[in-house]
Design a protein around this ligand. Sequence first.
Ligand code: BJW
Ligand code: ZN
Length: 291
Amino acid sequence: MKLRRATRQDTSMRRNWAYGLALKLARVYMDRSGQRCSFAGSQLEEFTSVLEAAHKVTVLSGAGISAESGIPTFRGAGGLWRNFDATELATPYAFAANPSLVWEFYHYRRCIVAAAAPNAGHYALEALQRKCEQQGKLFTLLTQNIDGLHAKAGSSNVVELHGSMWRTRCCHCNNIQGAPEPMAKEANIPSMQLPRCKLCNGLLRPHVVWFGECLEVETMECAHNALEDCDLLLVIGTSAVVQPAAGFAPLVKAHGGAVAEFNTEDTPISDNCRFKFHGPAAVMLPAALGI
Ligand code: BJW
Ligand code: ZN
C-alpha cells in the first residue's frame, strides 16, 4: 500500500471534524453529567463578550492540554514512570546523580510525543491566535509544556517557559543543539554512550528548566510583556503549583484583567478566576471559544 503525505485539506477536514465532535461532546457532557464538564450558559455569554472586547489576550497552558493527545501529565494519575515520580526526575540533582536514568526518562517521553498528534484544544488555540491577529489584537501563548504540540498545531511564537524536549544543551560549553540521535532505548545507558556535544564532546542534557533552575531571562521578559495589562488570561490544564507560572493568574487579576480557567479540577488559582470551565480542554476550549 502506498502512503501519501497528509495535505492541508486533510488536516483542515480532520480539524473541522474534531471541532464538531468537541462541540457535540460538550453538549452531551453538559446535558448528562453537568458536574464533570460544565459551564453555565450565562458564563459563556459573559466570557464571549469579555473575549470580544479584549485588546490583549494571553494564554498559559500546562500538561492538561496535552492529556487528550495521550501525553501523561506531571502530577496525579499518569505522573509515574517506572515507579519514579516524574517531579523527582526533573531536577539537576537527579541528573547529576544518575544522568542515564534521566536521559532514559526523556527518551521515553520523546517517543510518546513523536507518535502523538495535537488535539482539538491545541487547534482551538491556534484558531484563536489567527482570529485575534486578524482583529489586530495582541495574542501570546505561554506554555509550560516541552512537547512542541502547540507549534505542531500551527501556533506561532509560542513562548516555551520550561524549554523543549526537542533541544539539548551541552553541560560543558552550553551550546544548544537538536534532539539527540540515535534515540537511546536501553536502561542503564553507560555515561560515555549518552548524547554528547558535537563541539566539545561534553555531556548533553535536555534543554529544559528543572526545579531550582531559573527560566531564561528573555523568556521571562516575553511572559511579563504578555501579562502586563492583558485583558484576558486563559489558564489551561495546569495544576498551578509551579512557580513562576502559578503566579501569572493572581498577577493578571491584581491589575484588573479577567482570568478564565480550563481544567478538569479546581486548582489553587481557581479563586482568582472570573470564569471556570470544568472539563477536558479538548472539549471545553472549542466550545467556549466558539471555534
Ligand atoms: C486537565 C486535563 C484535561 C488533566 N483538560 N485539564 C516560590 C515559592 C515556592 C517555591 C518556589 C518559588 N519560586 C520558585 C520555587 C521553586 C520551584 C517551585 O515552583 N516549586 C513548587 C513546586 C513549590 N520553581 C522553580 O524551581 C522554577 N524556577 C524558578 O522559579 O527559579 C527561580 C527560583 C528558584 C528557586 C527558588 C526561588 C526562585 C522552575 C520550575 C521548572 C519546572 N520544571 C518542570 C519540568 C520541565 C521539564 C519537563 O517537562 O520535564 O516543568 S516540573 C513540571 O511541572 C513541568 C511542568 O511544566 C510543571 C507544571 O506542571 P503542570 O503543567 O501544571 O502539570 P500538572 O501535571 O501538575 O497538572 C496538570 C493539570 O491538568 C491538573 O490540574 C489536571 O487537573 C489538569 N488536567 N487532564 C484540562 N484533559
Ligand atoms: Zn559542548
